[in-house]
Design a protein around this ligand. Structure first.
Ligand SMILES: [Zn+2]
Length: 62
């Protein structure tokens, strides 16, 4: 499994060097918890975490 980084701004996970959601390069390998959002408009969790795009996200980013 490739090591992924989490975006500090929107918490999206990526194996690249740029966030696929917000294009930020402020990424960290120190994250925990994984959530997969398939339908951000209907997901309560997505609303709670203020996620507007589907994808894979970290729950906590440090
Ligand atoms: Zn981001």
């Amino acid at each position: 499994m490739p090591k992924e980084s989490a975006c500090r701004k929107c918490k999206a996970l990526t194996s690249g060097k740029v966030c696929p959601i917000c294009s930020s390069t402020d990424l960290t390998s120190r994250w925990s918890g994984l959530i997969i959002i398939l339908d951000p408009e209907r997901s309560k969790v997505a609303q709670m975490l203020n996620i507007k795009n589907k994808g894979r996200y970290a729950i906590e980013v440090s």
